[in-house]
Ligand binder design. Sequence first.
Ligand code: PEP
Ligand code: MG
Length: 585
Amino acid sequence: MTFSIPGLAVARGIAIGRAVLVGSSRVDVAHYFIESDQIEAEIERVRRGRNAVAEELQRLQDEMPHDAPHELAALLDVHLLLLQDEALSSGVKHWITDRLYNAEWALTTQLEVIVRQFDEMEDEYLRERKADLEQVVERILRYMKGVAHPVAPPPPNASRRKTQQDLLLEDGMDVPLVLVAHDLSPADMLQFKESVFAGFVTDVGGKTSHTAIVARSMDIPAVVGARTASQLVRQDDWVIIDGDAGIMIVDPSAIILAEYGFRQRQMELERERLSRLRHTPAVTLDGHKVELLANIEQPADAVTSVRAGAVGVGLFRTEFLFMGRNGRLPDEEEQYRAYRQAVEGMQGLPTTIRTIDVGADKPLDKAHKDDNINPALGLRAIRWSLADPAMFRVQLRAVLRAATHGPVNLLFPMLAHASEIRQTLAQVDLARTELDERGTPYGPVRLGAMIEIPAAALMARSFLRYFDFLSIGTNDLIQYTLAIDRADESVSHLYDPWHPAVLRLVAEVIAECNAQGRSVSVCGEVAGDVAMTRLLLGLGLRSFSMHPAQILAVKQEVLRADTRKLSVWAQQVLACDEPANSAPL
Ligand code: PEP
Ligand code: MG
């Protein structure tokens, strides 16, 4: 039966395919497709994991002190029995053999399948065994995580080729896969970046949560905040993701499928039409040149950005190099190579490298999840860097060295205090001194500050005493101005870029920079939102940094804009008490 699940639209387009459910294990689990000659090895890994856990449980039972509560022995018995459970082992085998899931993914998928069956049971005792099964699977996963990985994740392209070949429809067409999960961390999402998925849906997350941002950068239809989607959808269900409307349709009827198929083709035509603008300079009707830059997460994205028509990188979110590594941070050499790759990929165009911004909804990995009461207000971004200056300078030295390969801007996130600015700049000086002492060459960098805290926006003039340029991070500026957690879907209706308070802060920063003849850009998600382009132009903005996939659509808006008319209208919008977003034609 067809039904739809509403959520938040985060990445545009339509995907039609079969659902692949990813479990939300408490253990950090890798998800990737294996090659068919790896099937046996993967099954063997699960077997070894299961045997090792069984031995461990047996040993615990043998060594149990006599005075231990007898419930403990009974619990170990239950766990030992569950380890031998036929439904678990045959299911895991199925996901590995028929779907080419890696061992950990197969285990968590089968766990979800069984857990659902438990949930539907009448018998309370049996229902409670669910937690036992979860613990048993978690033990196996932990064991597998601690031992060497005989099967390396295949290169992304190999997995794409393999999976699609193996999942052919009867009529010879590839079956696209749509990933459905309760939650995906930004690092998980990045892992899927090169994979086969045609769309994403998660139960949680806001429009500008970092998971949504990565989904958008993948230019794949995605819906977040779909609440119970991962419980309502079953493996293999046919689903449609409507990334524009922010809904998922499950088990669509033939008529709905035909309608969405039609809309999908229309969108492809629109993309083709836009691609003709790639080499057209972004100039408004009244002759203002506008700089359209790219936001990137990985060095390899630089090349994509140039291809998409970006005239530089306005924001390289370097934290993605640090995530999902179990706390082992990349050393100077590794970082230098990554930054150099990005800089060289830009072929002489400027690359703005932002220092690490972890914390809040961007944990380094699951083991380092921030358990503070309010992580968005905690040790995040520059605060995290300044808390460990030696580690911070590793990154600074790597960036300075990369600047010998092309023009680099160095950008600092979440500054608010003059003392933080002074400490940050002192660390840059010290990093240069260290390189001098080592005789390591480094290049010139322009220094910039993110404006993403209201305090910083109000202090733009004094920031300009220290920095060459400013970059407005509206994602956080909105979050901190309106006190709305950007990752929390329950308050997402209040997360409003058009709120006059937000607009006034943005307008003041732009005006201050323009008055002083200093460069300013917006690198938050609003920069890639075509509904905001004219307003930002009207406020005097001439530099926008966004996901490469949005560049041509924004360019189209720029080409149609007359800033003389727009600036009059923008002043009226600023004066409104309520969000007012109907632009003049
Ligand atoms: C922002 O806050 O607008 C920004 C660009 O930084 P991030 O989204 O990485 O927090
Ligand atoms: Mg930010």
